[in-house]
Design a protein around this ligand. Structure first.
Ligand SMILES: [Ca+2]
Length: 286
């Protein structure tokens, strides 16, 4: 999600490869649930502040057109078992509009930075993606050393990104030094759902261990990464990462926002984290 540029050119080749060489899940592994967010609170209750913080404002990244808030009207439980992230069109003349006249929507970007980190294991979420041209939802991770080394040296693992203009495509991507969206050289692939991702819930996951990350859509692996995938550049994923959930609007990756779109909603039923064969650590910072 950082400094992303379109991956359309790579898409055709990736899809062709995926159709010719379907990849199957690896042999039996043991998984043990060790951390979860089920989002079962009452409507308009914000997510647990011991776990979730916020990025706020316009961030000035990727030509995006949202303004991130920590309002319960942009991110809160829906009372039906989901964390609801809502992007809402900003009214001209409103207080938010006065803060950022180029921002078209309010939205939310939640993160576990400085609160909770993860190293290895299986990270998964069950999500119903937002509908509408111009939406850019994501469930992703950044290296916990981001503040020290910056991006892309921190590493970025996009467990899933989607975009309203191509509503059935699942994007899985990794960024690092020498392979990243700022250069158009990120390492990633895509897979197709049979219907728009906003039509229903799907499970988006990575399984991650020393020197590998595998990406899953509804438990089918569609992308694998090892150090050889990014060589001779440095593989930066054998370390702690933190989680991010956000709904961006507009920007280079998804394109112009439908001028008639007033509101869009991303439903996160749960996030679950597992040890794989005993490997996977939750790191608490506060
Ligand atoms: Ca739930």
């Amino acid at each position: 999600m950082n400094k992303k540029i379109p991956v359309v050119l790579a898409l055709g080749a990736a899809l062709l490869l995926a159709s010719l060489q379907p990849i199957t899940a690896s042999a039996a592994t043991s998984k043990r649930l060790v951390w979860r967010q089920e989002f079962n609170g009452k409507a308009l209750v914000k997510p647990d502040q011991a776990i979730w913080g916020y990025d706020l404002g316009s961030l000035n990244a990727n030509s995006e057109e949202q303004y991130y808030t920590n309002s319960k009207y942009n991110a809160a439980m829906d009372g039906k078992g989901n964390l609801l992230i809502t992007a809402k069109r900003i009214e001209e003349g409103s207080a938010l509009w006065m803060k950022c006249m180029s921002c078209k929507f309010s939205s939310a970007r939640l993160k576990t930075q400085d609160k909770l980190g993860f190293k290895y294991g299986r990270m998964e979420a069950r999500i119903k993606m937002p509908a509408g041209v111009g939406t850019w939802p994501a469930f992703w991770m950044l290296g916990a050393n981001l503040e020290n080394v910056g991006w892309p040296e921190s590493g970025e693992l996009d467990i899933v990104e989607a975009r309203g203009i191509d509503p059935s495509i699942v994007f899985g991507t990794a960024h690092g030094p020498g392979y990243n969206g700022a250069q158009g050289t990120q390492y990633g692939s895509t897979t197709y759902a049979t219907a728009p991702l906003s039509d229903g819930y799907h499970i988006y996951a990575i399984e991650w261990g020393k020197n590998y990350v595998n990406w899953y859509f509804d438990n089918q692996v569609y992308l694998r990464m090892t150090p050889a995938s990014v060589a001779p550049d440095e593989y930066v994923f054998n370390k702690e990462f933190f989680l991010i959930l956000n709904l961006a609007m507009g920007g280079a990756f998804t394109g112009d926002i439908d001028p008639n779109l007033q509101r869009s909603r991303m439903y996160v039923d749960y996030i679950r984290y597992y040890k794989i064969n005993g490997v996977g650590t939750v790191i608490k910072h506060k």
